[in-house]
Ligand binder design. Structure first.
Ligand SMILES: [Zn+2]
Ligand SMILES: [Zn+2]
Length: 367
C-alpha cells in the first residue's frame, strides 16, 4: 500500500479501543497502535475511564480545529484515565510496574516556558492534549477509551494504593478543574462560604473539595429538584435557586467565592450579587457563546470574575493525594464499553449522577 500506514501498523504496541469516525460522534471498535515504551515513558493497562462532557464535544467536532485541538478522525476520546503500570522506560523514576497510575487532559508541554517553569503545564501554549493533538513523533494522540496507554512519566500521576480506581478516574479532569481554582483563589480556607453553580460532574466535585477544605457550601441551581441531592446526597449546607429573586436577595453579599461550572449561556448578575466585597466568581465551565458581564456590580465591591482551566501535573498529584487523605470520591455510574453511545446521549441531556465511568478492564473486548 502506498501512503500512510494503517493506524494498527504505525507503532509497535498493538492497541484496541473505541473511536468516532465522523461528526455523528458514534463510537465503535477501533484497532490502532501505541508507541514503544521510551526511556521516560510509562505503559499501562487502562482499567477505567471517565466520560467528560469534552469527550462529547470532541467526537462530534463541535469545537472544530484550533491551536489546541485537532479534530480529525478516527477520534478516540478519554482524559480521565486510570490503570496499572505494565512497563516503564529505563530512566523512569516516578512509577514502577504494578503501581496505580492516572492520566488527565495533558500528555505534553514545552517544559521550558514560564508557565511550564511554574508547574502550570496547563497554560503552556504548546501543551499537547491526551486526545486531539499531534504528538512529537507526528502521530495523533488517542485518549483512554482503549486497552493500553503510553505516557511520558512527567504527565502521569501516582494513585495511592488505597484509592479505588473507578471513583478516582473523574478526579483527573473534573476534580482538578475545581480543586485548582479553590486553591489558587484562596477559597480553600476553613470557615469560608463557597457557592457552587451547577450540579454535574464538575459541580459535585466542587462541593466535595470545598467541604473538605472546611467551607460552608451553598449549591446554586436553576432547578428546585436538585435540592434533595445537594443537601442529602452531597451534604451541601444550603441550596439556593438562582432564578428566585427573594432567595438571591437573602443571599446577597454572603459568599467569599463561587465556582461556576455551567457551560450553557446564563446570567452572571445574580452571582456577582451573592459575593461579599472582594469575592471571586471563578468560571470553569466553557460556554460557547459570550456571557454578559455587568461591570457596575463589580466596581461596587471590588469583586473579581476569573477563569481557570484544569491544573498542572504537580497540582494534579497534590489533588489526588488530598483526595486520598480526605476519602474524596466521584459519584459514578459504572458502565460497560458497549453502553458508551447511550451514555453519550445521556451526557448530552445531563442525565447522569454525576459521572459515567467505563469499566474498560472488564468490558472492552477486542474484535
Ligand atoms: Zn474533561
Ligand atoms: Zn511550556
Amino acid at each position: 500500500m502506498v501512503g500512510a500506514a494503517a493506524p494498527e501498523d504505525v507503532h509497535p504496541q498493538k492497541a484496541f479501543g473505541w473511536a468516532a469516525r465522523d461528526t455523528s460522534g458514534v463510537l465503535s471498535p477501533f484497532n490502532f497502535s501505541r508507541r514503544a515504551t521510551g526511556d521516560l515513558d510509562v505503559t499501562f493497562k487502562v482499567l477505567y475511564v471517565g466520560i467528560c462532557h469534552s469527550d462529547l464535544h470532541f467526537i462530534k467536532n463541535e469545537w472544530g480545529s484550533s491551536d489546541f485541538i485537532d479534530a480529525s478522525y478516527p477520534a478516540v476520546p478519554g482524559h480521565e484515565v486510570v490503570g496499572v503500570v505494565t512497563e516503564v522506560g529505563k530512566k523512569v523514576q516516578k512509577l514502577k510496574v504494578g503501581e496505580k497510575v492516572g492520566v488527565g487532559c495533558i500528555v505534553g508541554s514545552c517544559r521550558s516556558c514560564d508557565n511550564c517553569g511554574k508547574n502550570l503545564e496547563n497554560y503552556c501554549t504548546k501543551m499537547l492534549l491526551t486526545y486531539g493533538s499531534t504528538y512529537y513523533d507526528g502521530t495523533p494522540t488517542y485518549g483512554g477509551y482503549s486497552d493500553i496507554m503510553v505516557v511520558d512519566e512527567h504527565f502521569a500521576v501516582r494513585i495511592p494504593d488505597n484509592m479505588a480506581l473507578d471513583v478516582t478516574a473523574p478526579l483527573l479532569c473534573a476534580g482538578i478543574t475545581v480543586y485548582s481554582p479553590l486553591r489558587h483563589f484562596e477559597l480553600d480556607k476553613p470557615g469560608l462560604h463557597i457557592g457552587v453553580v451547577g450540579l454535574g460532574g464538575l459541580g459535585h466535585m466542587a462541593v466535595k473539595f470545598a467541604k473538605a477544605f472546611g467551607a460552608k457550601v451553598t449549591v446554586i441551581s436553576t432547578s428546585p429538584n436538585k435540592k434533595d441531592q445537594a443537601l442529602n446526597l452531597l451534604r451541601a449546607d444550603s441550596f439556593l435557586i438562582s432564578s428566585d429573586p427573594q432567595q438571591i436577595q437573602e443571599g446577597a453579599g454572603t459568599m467569599d467565592g463561587i465556582i461556576d461550572t455551567v457551560s450553557a449561556k446564563h446570567p452572571l448578575i445574580q452571582l456577582i450579587g451573592l459575593l461579599k466585597t472582594e469575592g471571586r466568581l471563578v468560571m470553569v465551565g466553557a460556554p460557547v457563546k459570550p456571557l454578559e458581564l455587568p461591570v457596575l456590580p463589580l466596581l461596587l465591591g471590588r469583586k473579581m470574575v476569573a477563569g481557570s482551566g484544569i491544573g498542572g501535573v504537580k497540582e494534579t498529584q497534590e489533588m489526588i493525594d488530598f483526595a486520598a487523605k480526605h476519602d474524596i470520591k466521584a459519584d459514578i455510574e459504572l458502565i460497560p464499553m458497549d453502553y458508551v453511545n447511550t451514555a453519550m446521549e445521556r451526557v448530552q441531556k445531563a442525565d447522569v449522577r454525576y459521572r459515567f465511568v467505563i469499566d474498560i478492564g472488564n468490558t472492552l473486548k477486542p474484535t
